[in-house]
Design a binder for this molecule. Sequence first.
Ligand code: SF4
Length: 365
Amino acid sequence: MRVNWRQIQAARNSYAALTAACELDGFSLRLVDLPKADVTCYSLNSINEQFYCDEIAGADCITIVGGPHATACPAEVAAYADYVIVGEGEYTLPRLLEEIEHGGPGNISGVATRDHHKPAASCVRLDAYPAFSDKQGFVEISRGCPFACGYCQTPQIFGHCMRHRSIDTIAEFSNRYEHARFVSPNAFAYGSDGIHPRWEKIEALFKRLSHQIFFGTFPSEVRPEFICKESLSLVNRYCTNTKLHFGAQSGSDAVLERLHRGHTVDDVIHAVDLCTESGITPVVDFIVGFPFESDDEQLATVNLIKQVARSGKVHVHRFIPLPGTPLAVTTARSLLPETEKVCGSLALTGRLTGSWTDPGIRFFR
Ligand code: SF4
């Protein structure tokens, strides 16, 4: 049976990870630009889904769709795809391919169709699967997040309990290449429960990596309250990156509380100051246009953006009500003229990037 993977830029790391997982069961995923026989797999997020749903509906082959959007809206996706992988794919996708190859109905755990949906019966142990095979990807070191930020799909897909890849397997994959970059919801939470940092685990990991380490920066980030003397000293001692990327999201404590962010504005200011004192450039994410954000709260965010931009860099995004999240059925509020003016002028000086007017752009990076 020939199995294809639809090339989609935003899903390239999923391709690397799932190719490696499927190879363990004898299936190789061939990259295609259009659906082809016998089976074509897709991984879609909630922004790019609109560009692929007609292609999938009209495909002249068996289609399997996974990814954040499929997990958030399985019934909607099952209306145009043959099979939907709900949740993690490493275990479920090879099982489903075996089912299809043997002519079974695909009625297995973690799969939805128009006629049935069996929730996943297990979760993936990262060490049970290679980070990637010959298609290089970033090494996913941790999955799951104990926080529940109102706009975020991560805990809905991977759960609230953090799981980690072992130091041995991270080193095995990272040391194959000159640059080691990692996927994690919060890189500084490596080895911990996601709330109480374990710096000794991170140092033990760094000691096993033999090439250039990029940690707490693209493609992962960290949380502001994890930025402290210990974490900054580890980065300065072992890592190549001179930037740390973390989320502030709002300049209003009331908004942060409604989002269940689990940190305050002071935590963000403290993190920015500590980074600057340590010679590290803070790169800070903000979201504007939360549905419940008052004018004053949005202006508080604008003021914090200006403050951060004096010593660091800022990424600003417009709020998107992603399906499957607590804020799914809300609508982004409008931007104040002051918000647009400040974002525009900081962008012109190179201190700010992002998509504060068009929320979809960041999903295509
Ligand atoms: S935004 Fe980050 S901290 Fe918040 S739930 Fe998502 S992954 Fe966790």
